[in-house]
Write a protein that binds this ligand. Sequence first.
Ligand code: KE4
Length: 433
Amino acid sequence: MVDTSQRSQSQQQFERAQRCIPGGVNSPARAFGAVGGIPPFIARGDGPLITDVDGNVYIDFVGSWGPHILGHQHPTVVSAIQQAVATGTSFGAPTVAESDLAELVCELVPGVDRVRMVNSGTEATMSAIRVARGFTSRDRIIKFAGCYHGHVDSLLVQAGSGALTLGSPSSPGVPAGCTSDTLILPYNDEGAVAQAFSEYGESLAAVILEPVCGNMGCVIPGSRFLTTLRNLCTDHGALLIFDEVMTGFRVSIHCAQHRFSVTPDMTTLGKIIGGGMPVGAYGGRVDIMESVSPIGQVYQAGTLSGNPVAMASGYAALKILRDEDPYDRLEELGAQLESGLCEAAAAMDLAVTVNRVGSMLTLFFNEGPVTDLTSATRSDTERFSRWFHGMLNRGIYVPCSQFEAMFVSAAHTSEHIDRTLEAATLTMRELVT
Ligand code: KE4
């Protein structure tokens, strides 16, 4: 058993960081708030491994929360970044690299015929919502409980008192007016969607969702859910937006929209599209995207959008995914991990549910099934915290929340999965004793 519980350098760095950065982190998800303890400060990544400042090595199933489907420091991606940075970093002017990546995205994503690059998934979803509202001249939007689309004001919203009431802000600092046109529905609830359309249909600008949810843990769309949304949006003139920031190029080289055979009107992208560099994107039908400035009236802009270094990184990563097609192997590794976790838990009569699509999966401490936020939040989060620390101390780095997804990369091997399952068995045994 590897004991990586010694984290003195990380502790010092965490104390230092907290003196100048809120919570010591630049994104709350990293602060271990849900599990407690000191987050390891990471010094480097190599393939499927990360090493912290105390020299502890971990098998990484976070992958920077999704971008590293190829593993850390893929040589071709690193080389593309080095070559790009050798000619400058940013010009605030058009570059060839932007067209290279845009053409590849339009080639790979069925519902994208025009695409605008931005710098994060949040920027992508914020922009897509504005474009949908501008294109339809409507204000109301539907989102689903448990789906996260970044820290966009209109999407930081909690369900109103009644099932069909418009939302109220879920964060201080968001004015009620920003969320008063946002309706929150239960994920996978086709009846609630049909009722919402019958009540609000002609005033709806868009429906936005994660086609496979990763932000309440991995939750899979029911067999008719995406098709139902597609048909209702078409019938009522609302735009269907797939937030594929997490699923894009993760569950298929052609995204979830290809895997589930439902084409949205707009798609938002992030994470993998940047190959580890800050890139987001939104795109869709030509008629919709031609409403975007400078050719259209909907304004959206960004100093570093389409940054040539980030473009080169994303282009290299997507080309590898397209040309080397690791998806069958990602499926095999994901299946090996899923079945091993389920077998280990069953052997100890430990109540778990594993939801998986390809190389993204979540182990819920929950009898199951887990199909929406209500069922996901029935999970035993105290038991999850013990699981998390047991795995961390055995050199396995999983997401620090029950309500996130694990990611397997093309750099993982069957041996890495076997080592992970050995650690899982030891950790689960601790949970049941
Ligand atoms: P960013 O602004 O963090 O690049 O993307 C926001 C976003 C949008 N849509 C989906 C489906 C997402 O999953 C995300 C961000 N995901 C989280 C974790 N699940 C990022 C981690 C973090 O916030 O630090």
